[in-house]
Design a protein around this ligand. Structure first.
Ligand code: UTP
Length: 293
């Protein structure tokens, strides 16, 4: 069944990047000239997603505004003949009726945020995309996952995985590696564990912020079982679902950026700036000045 819907959980507090996120949603932080949320919506569009579901919270209204038309801006740009800017805004605008917003009234965890989207998603497989993780590549990470998913015959779930150094596995969700799929970049997941204590990780494949899940995950999430940090964890629900359905890890191509941390956010700005032909030379010249200091 085609993956038509993507859920973007955007209700978290973003405490790692305070004070930037005190009054502004983390997902609106800008990498070069676009908010994080726009990057992941573009990635989802490229993967064939037709409906975009945002799980928002308090102080997140500006995300809804970002995907709406701004009449004052449109008319002023038109009056000034700024065609390129008009085109830019039109390109980012989702089709009317292709977005839904629902609220997670309190940040009870990622699993709870996904569960909040259950009625909008309905009874079909869907994608979950975390906006604070960007993957720099074409085709995008989700497109690579959908392509891999389409090669699976049984009712399967897919998670994006990437190798991390062995001494860092305790900071991530880690999965066990089973039989390789004929496609090569995909393997059966034998176990999943959230932040395993040092020396106990089943592999060094970390679970990243992209998932394709079967709707049965909602039945597990509705139990509201709390895990690490007292939150309803998506990984715990996936461990539950793995008892009856298969999970595959897809080793995607691309550079992953954790924009929810200060260092990762800065690095992403440099990486995305360097990838822009119109900005690259100027950026190198500016950075050189700092290296010479
Ligand atoms: P994070 O784990 O980065 O949590 O969430 P956070 O609260 O946003 O940030 P820190 O750790 O306090 O700095 C990953 C994604 O899941 C969403 C976040 O908005 C983010 O996009 N999320 C997290 C929710 O929607 N609800 C939650 O209860 C928790």
């Amino acid at each position: 069944m085609k993956i038509r819907k993507a859920v973007f959980p955007v209700a978290g507090l973003g405490t790692r990047v305070l004070p930037a996120t005190k009054a502004m949603p983390k997902e609106m932080l800008t990498i070069v000239d676009k908010p994080l949320i726009q990057y992941v919506v573009d990635e989802a569009k490229e993967a064939g997603i037709e409906h975009f579901v945002f799980v928002t919270g308090r102080n997140k209204g500006v995300i809804e505004d970002h995907f709406d038309r701004m009449f004052e801006l449109d008319t002023t740009l038109a009056a000034r003949g700024k065609e390129a800017e008009i085109e830019l805004l039109a390109r980012d605008q989702p089709e009317a009726g292709a977005v839904s917003f629902t609220r997670q009234q309190a940040p009870h965890g990622l699993g709870h945020a996904v569960w909040c989207a259950r009625d909008i998603v309905g009874d079909e497989p869907f994608a979950v995309v975390l906006p604070d993780e960007l993957v720099l590549n074409r085709p995008g990470c989700l497109a690579q996952m959908v392509e891999a998913y389409n090669h699976l015959r049984d009712k399967a779930n897919v998670i994006a995985v990437q190798e991390v150094p062995a001494h860092q596995t305790h900071q991530y969700g880690i999965c066990g590696v089973g039989k390789r799929h004929a496609r090569g970049n995909m393997f059966e997941v034998t176990s999943m564990v959230e932040k395993p204590p040092k020396g106990t990780a089943p592999s060094n494949f970390s679970i990243t912020g992209r998932y394709i899940l079967q709707p049965e995950i909602f039945k597990i999430l509705e139990k509201h079982e709390r895990g690490a940090g007292g939150e309803i964890q998506l990984t715990d629900a996936m461990i539950g679902l793995a008892k009856s359905q298969s999970f595959y890890g897809v080793e995607f191509e691309g550079e992953r950026h954790d924009c929810g941390s200060k260092a990762g956010f800065l690095r992403a700005n440099i990486a995305y700036g360097m990838a822009r032909p119109d900005l690259r030379d100027g950026l190198i010249a500016e950075m050189k000045k700092y290296f010479e200091k």
